[in-house]
Design a protein around this ligand. Structure first.
Ligand SMILES: [Zn+2]
Length: 101
């Protein structure tokens, strides 16, 4: 149980909504405003992550559900497939794999 509920979520969603579409944190495919998506924490609070936007990213709801967690999914994802979309500030390796739209 975390404090990741309430007004901070609402505020974060509003901010992220304006920035969509963005690559999904899990599958790297675009997250569009009309689809089900969630705000994820890239670094859990237990590992020093913050609740601020610098530690947030979006992912499809089904991707988040399937991953079963935030950071675990990121680790799994890195192993499974390289990012094929530009992901600013997330993984350094992604910068070498930028695929222009
Ligand atoms: Zn996804």
């Amino acid at each position: 149980m975390t404090s990741w509920t309430g007004h901070k979520v609402t505020k974060a969603r509003a901010t992220w909504t304006q920035r969509l579409p963005l690559p999904c944190y899990q599958c790297k495919r675009p997250v569009y405003p009309g689809t089900a998506w969630v705000v994820e924490h890239m670094t859990p609070r237990s590992q020093g992550g913050t609740l601020g936007p610098e530690n947030q990213w979006v992912s499809h709801r089904h991707c988040s559900d399937r991953s079963g967690g935030r950071m675990a999914a990121a680790i799994t994802n890195t192993r499974r497939r390289p990012p094929d979309t530009q992901l600013p500030t997330m993984t350094p390796s992604a910068e070498r794999r930028i695929r222009p739209r």
